[in-house]
Design a protein around this ligand. Structure first.
Ligand code: PBG
Length: 342
């Protein structure tokens, strides 16, 4: 049944025909918009490597929440820049932490918006790692941290000791009004630990969106400027995934689902579309993808140079992530995309 009987161009002739047969749709209601909340009042500081993205004080974050909601974007994901950092990430689980206060303020003003709480320690630790660390016994400083270790053999990010702090963070966020708990630290067993702690605290109805397949990616660069969360020594390769591994990503997802994850996320998005597609094929939980800071920065930079048409590339990138199988997309383009799709 080839040519001339079959002519695929018949269904491409007009916008109405193309729309009628479109397989994948992008609507504002599948987008999640990230906010970076910082101390102060009336603060709106643009992130140099992410034009159009800001560090916002709580009052400004509330304004942003109102606007996002009005555009039909149903959810925000919150990141915090604490006043002080320390070795045990007190700012992450403090009842009065920056994200806890922001969540409370946003929920009292914009009741309907869904709040996703990113659960991780890296924005709150003085060393910028996603967990607590200990010096190896061989390190000349022993257990005392007078100066940061540099060599890989000098330290270890401690998995099990971190779990308790993550669980504490999750409960404090739920108490502050966060609707969805999203651990992004990549410690083993954290979903189970968080589920248990949430249930114990009476939050058995609070869902977990696990960053299950999170790769150790250079595309997070601009985020670390936005959230001031770059590791002060070493890198995240001992806990985030190796970008070469798809089968391992599926194991990560399977384990998180077993531990009680209600939804799972793949991150970054565009460089890992095959992982999104494989996850969609294998699992029946809702799948999210995070179009990360570097993906945003690349498009934004090219557009500013007039090397790419921003709006078309933005929509095409989001459609490709949906087509791969992501039901939800966390993206810095959420507001602009919603405006365009309006
Ligand atoms: C926290 C976290 C990171 C991102 C989301 N949660 C940074 C990291 O792991 O270094 C990255 C998001 C982005 O690049 O937009 N661990």
């Amino acid at each position: 049944m080839g040519f001339p009987l079959t002519r695929l161009r018949r269904l491409r002739r007009t916008p109405a025909l193309r729309s009628l047969v479109r397989e994948t749709r992008l609507t504002p209601d599948c987008l999640v918009y990230p906010l970076f909340v910082c101390p102060g009042d009336g603060v709106r500081r643009e992130v140099p490597s992410m034009p159009g993205v800001f560090n916002l004080s709580i009052d400004e974050a509330v304004r942003e929440a109102r606007e996002t909601h009005a555009l039909g974007v149903p959810a925000l994901i919150l990141f915090g820049l604490p006043e002080k950092k320390d070795e045990v990430a007190t700012g992450a689980w403090d009842e009065n932490g920056i994200v806890q206060r922001a969540a409370h303020a946003i929920k009292s003003e914009v009741r309907e918006i869904l709040l996703v709480g990113d659960v991780c320690l890296c924005e709150y630790t003085s060393h910028g790692h996603c967990g607590v660390f200990k010096l190896s016994p061989q390190h000349p400083l022993g257990a005392a941290v007078a100066s940061p270790p540099t060599a890989r053999a000098d330290y270890e990010i401690e998995n099990d000791a971190t779990l308790e702090l993550l669980a504490r963070t999750a409960v404090s966020l739920a108490r502050a009004g966060v609707d969805i708990i999203a651990p992004s630290d990549m410690m083993d067993g954290r979903v189970g630990a968080i589920r248990k702690a949430l249930d114990h605290a009476g939050f058995e109805n609070t869902p977990i969106l696990s960053y299950a397949a999170k790769f150790a990616s250079a595309f997070y660069g601009p985020f670390r400027e936005a959230a001031d969360s770059a590791p002060q020594f070493g890198d995240r390769r001992s806990y985030q995934m190796d970008g070469a591994n798809r089968r391992e990503a599926l194991r990560e997802i399977a384990l998180d689902v077993e531990e009680g994850a209600d939804m799972v996320m793949v991150k970054p998005a565009m460089p890992y579309l095959d992982v999104i597609a494989a996850a969609r094929e294998r699992f029946d939980v809702p799948i999210a993808a995070y179009q990360v800071s570097g993906e945003y920065a690349m498009i934004e930079a090219a557009a500013r140079n007039r090397w790419l048409e921003r709006d078309r590339v933005m929509v095409e990138s989001l459609i490709s992530i949906r087509r791969a199988g992501a039901g939800m997309i966390v993206t810095y383009f959420a507001k602009d995309a919603a405006r365009l799709l309006g």
